[in-house]
Design a protein around this ligand. Structure first.
Ligand code: ME8
Length: 518
């Protein structure tokens, strides 16, 4: 199928504040969304997958000041670190957007103008509490005063400061009913359901109009016609999703093809911005709404929140250096239920490497392929008639695409992996029960023929599992497919069985056990 015939799928991550180095939470968001993007591509979609950095706003400006650098230089430098990490993590993004990109400034101005035309923007005086760390406004009731007199946001515990200025406001209150109707009629718009329920209660409690410009600093997108104001950073940040699709040129091929976005992947601290403000801005601007916002949980270290003051913030690249990229990718996606908080520790990573990857997957492949090399001259054996056990296992593997797709379509990546590992478990039991090595020992032509059938069945399962696990561990699944001499690797080829007689390369260990250095 050519790209123009394949259905489009537009997938985004949140764009990170480049006010420091990326941490494991960022890596988690990119790895998980990358697995979803790769799955869709292999499943025949024309995927446009975008990530990037959110460079404006007070938070980045303050960090730049502290570093003694001009904002643009500071933001670009850190943005480069994010982009380099993405590449090192094998993130298959199609665009790395920066909110300082030229086309993004045009898109932000255009959505602003549309909201003005809709009569939804007005000038007023804002007075209230603002958290620079969250880039969010809070009402007095949403804050708490600590014993030492500092006032913080009760929810996020970040300090807030009193802000009073003449701002442009967005008529968010006008969209309360329309938003509730959206959540009601399109329940799939917010996932998981727990997040949806939280947002419904929040909106039901009443929405106030939102201050959407600032005049007390200038690191932002200028408000059209009023350059003394810069846009509230979230107005410009959210608009990045439109920029990626070619907005404001709504007639462009990109916009026609990719908008509305199919899936926004974000973390739990920014669900309000994506499921309340963002659809309201789009409704005001007369632009179709994205189809779904999936909210993932937070990654903690040994159950504790990561924080600079506790000193438990780990550079994701250090983990990759220690354990290998695919081991880290696999661990995060297998261990943590997508949509819930999860935790990592070095011991837990080692446990997953040694049990799931080395034992259940790598060792099975290695044992099977070594016997093929030794007893069948290194070519795919010709199977005899399949027994009931063979058929049961082949059927199970044959149903995996549907089963795994059903989970990935709901972003239940961990459950998709569970399906694959249940099948590997079953295959290991089959392999032990069939004991092909005893047949090899006996050496009769019937026993050798039966050995070949068992190895063929096992290789077939390995082919299917390896094809389906590519989105999560692309390099190592690719190596196993190399060892099986499988060249066509997209999901449409899953129904094409291994061809007997195909020569195979020398088997090699793809998933060694992790042994801690002494
Ligand atoms: O919020 N575990 O940027 P950001 C998992 N610029 N995910 C985490 C995490 C953790 N411990 N900590 C953060 C912003 N994240 C805005 C987004 S989008 C138009 C603008 C996630 O750098 C977080 O939830 O603070 C968010 O999805 C992403 O990392 C970027 O966070």
């Amino acid at each position: 199928m050519s790209a123009s015939e394949r259905p489009a799928f537009y997938l985004t991550t949140a764009i990170a504040y480049p006010n420091g180095n990326p941490h494991i939470g960022h890596a988690y968001e990119y790895i998980s969304s990358d697995a979803l993007a790769r799955f869709k591509r292999l499943d025949g979609f024309d995927v446009f997958y975008m990530t990037g950095t959110d460079e404006h706003g007070q938070k980045v400006q303050q960090a730049a000041k502290a570093a003694g650098l001009p904002e643009q230089e500071y933001a670009s430098r850190n943005s480069d670190v994010f982009e380099a990490m993405d590449k090192a993590l094998d993130i298959s993004f199609d665009r790395f957007i920066r909110t300082t990109d030229e086309d993004h400034l045009a898109a932000s101005a255009a959505i602003w103008n549309r909201m003005v035309e809709a009569g939804d923007i007005y000038l007023d005086t804002y007075s209230g509490w603002y958290s620079v760390r969250d880039e969010a406004f809070y009402t007095e009731e949403e804050t708490t005063v600590l014993e030492d007199g500092t006032r913080i946001s009760t929810d996020t515990k970040t300090p807030v400061e009193w802000t009073e200025e003449s701002n442009y406001f967005f008529r968010l209150s006008k969209y309360q009913d329309k938003l509730l109707e959206l959540y009601e009629t399109k329940p799939e718009f917010i996932a998981p359901a727990t997040r949806r329920n939280e947002i419904v209660s929040y909106v039901k409690a009443g929405l106030k109009d939102l201050s959407i410009s600032r005049t007390t600093f200038d690191w932002g997108v200028p408000v059209p016609g009023h350059p003394e104001h810069v846009m509230y950073v979230w107005v410009d940040a959210l608009t990045n999703y439109l920029t990626g699709a070619g907005f404001p040129n709504t007639d462009s091929a990109a916009f026609q093809k990719y908008w509305p976005a199919d899936l926004h992947i974000i973390g739990k601290d920014i669900s309000r911005f994506h499921t309340v403000y963002w659809p309201a801005f789009l409704m005001s601007a007369g632009i179709e709404l994205p189809k779904r916002v999936f909210v993932h949980g937070f990654v903690n270290y040994k159950g504790e929140k990561m924080s600079k003051s506790v000193g438990n913030v780990v550079d994701p690249m250090d983990l990759v250096d220690t354990f290998g990229l695919d081991a880290v990718r696999f661990f995060l996606l297998r261990e943590i239920s997508y949509g819930q908080d999860g935790s990592y520790s070095e011991d837990a990573i080692v446990g997953r490497i040694n049990s799931d990857l080395a034992n259940e997957y790598g060792n099975l492949a290695q044992r099977c392929l070594k016997m093929v090399a030794r007893d069948f001259g290194g070519v795919v054996p010709t199977p005899g008639e399949f027994t009931a056990d063979d058929k049961a296992l082949l059927d199970r593997a044959g149903n995996l695409l549907d089963a795994v797709r059903a989970e990935f379509d709901q972003q239940q990546i961990h459950l998709g992996l569970e399906q694959l590992w249940l099948t590997l478990g079953e295959t290991n039991r089959y392999f032990s029960a069939q004991a092909p090595w005893t047949l090899a020992k006996s050496g009769t032509p019937e026993d050798i023929a039966r050995e070949g059938t068992i190895l063929y069945v096992t290789m077939e399962v390995l082919r299917i599992v390896s094809t389906l696990v590519q989105p999560v561990i692309p390099a190592s699944a690719g190596k196993i497919l190399d060892l099986l001499a499988v060249t066509d690797r997209d999901f449409a080829t899953l129904t094409t069985p291994l061809r007997p007689g195909t020569p195979l390369p020398q088997p090699e260990v793809v998933f060694p056990k992790y042994i801690a250095p002494k």
